[in-house]
Ligand binder design. Sequence first.
Ligand SMILES: Cc1ncc(COP(=O)(O)O)c(C=O)c1O
Length: 408
Amino acid sequence: MTTTTPDWAQRFSQRMGRVRASEIRELLKLLDQPDILSFAGGIPNPVLFPTERIQAGYDAILSDPVQSAQALQYSVSEGYLPLRQWIAERMTRDGVPCDAHNVMLTAGSQQALDLLGKLFLSQGDTVMVARPTYLGALQAFNGYEPTYLDLPETALSEGVDAQALMAGRAPRPLGYFVPDFANPTGQSLTLAEREALLDLAQQLDMTLIEDGAYRELRFTDQALPTLLALDIARSGSIEAARTVFCGTLSKTLTPALRIGWVCGPSAVIEKLVLLKQGADLHVSTINQMVAHRAVSEGYEQHLGLLRNTYAARARTLLSALERHMPKGVSWTTPQGGMFVWVRLPEGMDGKVLLERALAEERVAFVPGEPFFAEVPTANAIRLSYSLPGDDQIEDGVARLGRLIARMA
Ligand SMILES: Cc1ncc(COP(=O)(O)O)c(C=O)c1O
């Protein structure tokens, strides 16, 4: 009997047409080489992982017969109640009065984005996003075959004609925004921009997804209110809000526990629980219990360490850019998070710069283009300061500055 290899491309669902590997991923495979100075990985610095606390958590739970029987068992899709309660209390202190039934645990906030896409998007629906936006959100939503609408950069500061913006598009868009220390720009929306976004959402009857992944990594004591908090101030309660908040412990504890959450109206949470059941039943029970122990004591102190460390790295990067970048290059000044967005001289392509930076200067970063949903901008790159040390930052930026000067 002869067998033929199935033509898989023919068999995959229509939605897979929208699901692609990025060419940049190929280039970034080179990152494993030890002599590369990398600003590419937007991941937490492992020296900041609370390893001992996590180990103590696993030890304590597994050495207690009652707790270990619970920890190693299946559990409810909503998530471990004490952790949901801790999140609800924290959200309440952050201006979002709510309780545990407004919170569902997810496998990282990435899963929250996927489940929210599944809940809200039918094929051809409009998703409104910032220019640029988090690439992983686009990957999560792409499977639900929406069309994207880039919100013009000045729309929130200078105003925009809401109806003209939506011309020719499916009405009642889903909005996705990262108001605090965004990936990839490191920038935050001002209070006025947050209010303007809520005005726009009201005019368009838009559901808002607020991604707060970097909110806790602020370098100053001043936190602006979340979109959800501002929404509740207008609508009266979380049950009347149009905003759903996604949070995560990935950036503050460790991404390996895969603990994220959605906080929103209970009508939304109830449906998400059904989707979570279908996707993977629940987040790892033991990881939720360990995470709960880890945040229950000393979390504020740990956040203080993270904030100081990342703030110092950001200062080093910003001062190196000041000294080494040629004219025509500009960048954002983050007040939190892990990223600086660098605008290259007009006509310079971030992808070409990456190829040459890897080959000629052994420096890596992420080109800006994939972070745009609708109309890409080529002359931008994302630098992350979370991993490299001070000397590497200085050396890497000097090399990059030299190359940009050669190419300009
Ligand atoms: C803006 C943003 N949202 C969500 C995520 C997903 O993180 P996690 O699934 O680990 O919570 C990331 C990760 O880089 C991110 O940058």
